[in-house]
Design a protein around this ligand. Sequence first.
Ligand code: RP5
Length: 349
Amino acid sequence: MRQVSLRQSWIGRIRLALTIVGLPYAVCKPETRLQLSSSSARSFIYSRAATECVDTPYINTLRTMSSSVAPPPHLKSRCQPYPGSQIKRFPVPDDKVDWGQVWAQYSPVHHTDAVVAKRPTWADPDIGEFSPRFNSVDGGVDRTSFQGEYEVVQAAPLNPRGRTGLAGRGLLGRWGPNHAADPIVTRWKVDAQGQQVTHPGSERPVLQFISIKRKDCGEWAIPGGMVDPGEVVSLTLQREFSEEALNSLSVPAAKRATIHQCITKLFTSPGFQVYRGYVDDPRNTDNAWMETVAVNFHDETGNSVSGLPLQAGDDAGEVTWVDVDSSFPLYASHSHFLETVAKERHAHW
Ligand code: RP5
């Protein structure tokens, strides 16, 4: 039986009041696409542990692109079979995704991958074997959601975007939100003469971004990764980029220091926060799901990170610069993030 946790509405009232008087709550709400002009941009620093944006001047320069239209029902989170297995999810039609739709016949398959069940350091124990504090920062593990407060039903957190046809954690380590960070590193595409390339169809300049081919599914993706307990997102963005696109874990310590020096400049330059919220990731389940903060770091002149030799590492099978184009299929919700970047930079999409 579903136990709906009804929290007092005072938080909502405070948020509404802050929004009305123009204080920064509005930019911290979930699933908000944020824009800022390059002239007014400030460095991106975001601390999930504190659950607040810490760079207040930056916050005040943001323009909000949030729409009041409800997001479409998640699709990849209902994919068949469940990744890394032959397990078939209980089929969920679009009109039954919402938990609010009563559906007595709903009988999700239970699955927690053997790797997760072995309890690696990045995974929680089973429900019943520990006492997680959901909807809070729990001993370094951020169990809050960008989507707001999620429900906990029979001790298990409930996916805020609705049914997926699979209960348990599947391949995800944490019950509830699994927080990631996605660094979108871009440059302008140039020809052999160094001239910006314009797309013949859209007549707009073409952006390129650094993409990795994921080893687990073979799909192209942004080189993102999980936020470690207690880690600030700005650090995760740089760390994951170094590990996956520059193979920093496998290079000698001296070379690692050089890589670090080269990319620190880019990652401390003004970043454009593209998205933060739920990710339609194929690994999502009814009780565990991905959320991310996606940030764009742009190499305008093409002579900072563009000069670094790309080398796939960690979870990446390949790494390369890829043209930003709507026809290029990407993992999870990554196309949506790239579309926002292209629009913000008036580039071809
Ligand atoms: C996606 O999974 C996120 O957007 C991020 O790119 C990625 C993190 O998972 P791992 O790459 O660490 O598996 O949902």
